[in-house]
Design a protein around this ligand. Structure first.
Ligand SMILES: C[S@@+](CC[C@H](N)C(=O)[O-])C[C@H]1O[C@@H](n2cnc3c(N)ncnc32)[C@H](O)[C@@H]1O
Length: 444
């Protein structure tokens, strides 16, 4: 008899069900070696939900909501992290990658990084510290931290950490990690402006996308995350990362994950470590990952189902502006979007300008443009979704927008694409709107 067949452990068939659910919805893999984690996590999740593991799984099988998935995910994922973990990566960033990226981005003066699977945020802050220590004076820096665990993201957003997060060496951190009298560590104000944390399930086909801020990146860190994934799911994530990076952009992974990366990356050996670089050699078809993505990549699409279509010239201009945003060239994207709007006012143009201005930190102007987008085209789903997700909008109004988004997607099939600035699957639009709505309602 194995350990799992005895009470109080979870029945083997329920572990199988949990494995199936977590694989299908999060890409996670629970092999015999980490079944114990699943067993304990499932029991803890069930206790927190005042239910039995079997009944919680019944609910998860019939309720696709992200809120219920969260109830399980937070107990079965490992959020282990600390500042400057694997310091060789940060040394390589500072000494090798950053000088090269700064040269390559000398014209746009923008550097964009993503910590994918950031847990409580220490990796994102560490990357921000290195970027700020070298490039803050001359570049606009943005760092995005994402995770599937909303509790971890809450910690990341507070920017206050205990001693355990500082257990490694803290190079370049002077002035950025502030020691409080009570022993905690607080992130300095100037660093907080560079970093933002968002929920993103890496198994969802929603990146690269302007709506998730995952386009036109120079640098992606994804360490100690894909080791928990099904190999096929990890390959799909890596193929998407390839699309998120600009040519010459870097992907920093844990050692074993690199074997799953698509051909469009080259391996760069740097002293004690290796990183992947998106090929820029025009002879190499960099944009063709070896892995075919089963799900579509968000891209500009205007079929005009619910609104007037832009003219052919307008569409061409919009695509150019969107391409600049996709390359992370925020200044050019802003200029092109303004130009487009001057000749033809379209909801997609207003939406695009709002998103790029939002990325530049011009939040009031972005909000004004999103409101105009919705006023001009009340049934343009993605514009309304962006407004419903904008934290600056008043909660009652946000809830109204999100409810309208859900009405607009109605009974449309999950994998159908919602057209617009960054055509996304209906399933994702529904999930984002439902999750945001629940949070607003929970806050009331
Ligand atoms: C061990 S932590 C790694 C933290 C950090 N990257 C580091 O190396 O220090 C793994 C993180 O991956 C997150 N994760 C697991 N599955 C995920 C998914 N499908 N999408 C996004 N994040 C996920 C977990 O919630 C957890 O916070």
């Amino acid at each position: 008899m194995t350990r799992y067949e005895q009470p109080p452990f979870v029945a083997e068939r329920d572990l199988e069900r949990a494995t199936r659910i977590l694989g299908a919805r999060c890409g996670l893999r629970f092999h015999p070696g980490n079944r114990e984690l699943l067993d304990e996590g499932l029991r803890r999740a069930a206790r927190a939900e005042h239910d039995t593991p079997a009944r919680l799984l019944d609910r998860l099988e019939s309720d696709q909501s992200e809120a219920l998935l969260q109830a399980l995910v937070r107990h079965v994922t490992i959020g282990e992290t600390y500042f400057f973990r694997h310091p060789e990566h940060f040394d390589a960033l500072r000494e090798e990658l950053l000088p090269e990226l700064m040269r390559a981005r000398g014209a746009t003066r923008v550097l964009r990084a993503w910590s994918a699977g950031c847990a409580s945020g220490e990796e994102a802050w560490s990357a921000a510290i290195v970027l700020a220590s070298r490039a803050k004076a001359d570049f606009t820096l943005t760092v995005l931290g994402t995770d599937i665990n909303r509790n971890s993201l809450e910690t990341a957003r507070t920017g206050v950490y205990g001693a355990w997060s500082r257990r490694g060496p803290l190079p370049y951190a002077t002035g950025h990690l502030l020691q409080e009298p009570d022993g905690t560590t607080r992130i300095a104000r100037e660093l907080r402006d560079l970093v933002r944390f968002e929920y993103l399930n890496l198994h969802d086909p929603i990146y690269p996308s302007l709506l998730t801020g995952t386009q036109g990146l120079d640098l992606i860190f994804c360490r100690n995350v894909l080791v928990y994934f099904e190999p096929e799911a990890a390959r799909a994530v890596l193929a998407r990362f390839h699309l998120c990076l600009i040519d010459g952009g870097y992907l920093v992974l844990s050692a074993f994950d690199a074997a799953l990366a698509p051909d469009g990356f080259e391996t760069i050996h740097l002293g004690k470590t290796t990183v992947l670089r998106k090929r820029r050699d025009p002879a190499q078809p960099a944009a063709t990952p070896r892995v075919r993505l089963r799900t579509p990549v968000p891209e500009f699409c205007a079929t005009g189902a619910a609104r007037r279509l832009p003219s052919r010239e307008g569409l061409a201009q919009l695509r150019q502006a969107k391409a600049a945003a996709d390359e992370g060239d925020v200044a050019r994207a802003t200029a092109l979007a303004r130009q487009t709007l001057a000749s033809e006012r379209t909801p997609e143009g207003l939406h695009l300008l709002a998103m790029v201005l939002g990325e530049r930190g011009e939040r009031d102007e972005a909000l004004r443009l999103l409101r105009e987008t919705v006023a001009d085209a009340p049934d343009y789903v993605l514009g309304r979704l962006s407004l419903g997700l904008a934290e600056e909008e008043e909660p009652g109004a946000r809830a109204g927008h999100l409810r309208r988004v859900l009405e607009l997607v109605g009974a449309r099939r999950d994998m159908e694409l919602v057209d617009g600035l960054d055509s996304l699957p209906v399933s994702w639009v529904r999930k984002m709107a439902t999750a945001a709505l629940r949070r607003i309602e929970g806050e009331k």
